[in-house]
Design a protein around this ligand. Structure first.
Ligand code: AMP
Length: 217
């Protein structure tokens, strides 16, 4: 099993696809955001710093991020493949990632770029609703994915809410930052001939079929 990296804009469904890969192939999903959220709970100087940085929305210092990625990828369960998510976030991190992989004797594997049109993302962002009790995600702009009753969870009857950053203005900022920082990463991996681009203007099932095909090639 090759290692997998997803590159995708906000609201492209990267998290959902990562979970489907984990379910089918049993490889670990390494999310730097998740690891940092755990560290932020620690009662230490680093814990406090990470907690404050996460709350501000800024990036955590490189030396902390690099160390945690290297430590996590060095664990036994990554030997047979893993999905990395949230890293690299800019070109400097991509260069560092190449070094970390080399140190650990790993290949880059599949870099899967899920390309989604901005208009489609906007529709997903404004339609996303989440259950406050069981976290099920719906989309009221997608008839295959909308709840029976608009503000009520089909699964548990909980109330559905909209994330505070799921509005067009906040999305525009997140999208622009993504484009600016990610274009050089895409170019970097394209030049190494490891990048595969898939059309993400599709259903969750169809996107997963495309990813699955790449994994099995
Ligand atoms: P995420 O869950 O990927 O949206 O990440 C949540 C937060 O964790 C980000 O806003 C950053 O503060 C931090 N973070 C996650 N990944 C990285 C990274 N590769 N480099 C620096 N900070 C990161």
């Amino acid at each position: 099993m090759k290692n997998i990296m997803f590159i995708a804009p906000p609201a492209a469904g990267k998290g959902t696809q990562a979970e489907l890969v984990v379910e089918k192939y049993g490889i670990p999903h390494i999310s730097t955001g998740d690891i940092l959220r755990e560290i932020s709970k620690e009662d230490s100087e680093i814990g406090k710093y990470v907690q404050e940085t996460l709350a501000s929305g800024k990036l955590v210092k490189d030396d902390i991020t690099y160390q945690l990625v290297e430590d996590r990828l060095g664990k036994k369960d990554c030997k047979n493949g893993f999905i990395i998510d949230g890293f690299p976030r800019n070109i400097d991190q991509a260069y560092e990632y190449d070094k970390i992989l080399k140190n650990l004797g790993y290949d880059i594997g599949h870099v899967i770029y899920i390309n989604v049109d901005k208009k489609v993302l906007e529709k997903r962002i404004t339609g996303r609703r989440i259950c406050e009790d069981c976290n099920t995600i719906y989309n009221i702009n997608d008839k295959d994915n909308s709840p029976e009753i608009e503000s009520v969870c089909d699964n548990c009857g909980g109330k559905l809410y909209q994330r505070s950053d799921d509005n067009l203005e906040a999305f525009d900022t997140r999208y622009q930052m993504y484009m600016e920082k990610t274009e050089p990463i895409i170019k970097h991996y394209r030049e190494q001939n490891v990048l595969v681009e898939i059309d993400g203007n599709d259903t969750v099932e169809n996107i997963f079929k495309k990813i699955d095909k790449i994994i099995n090639e």
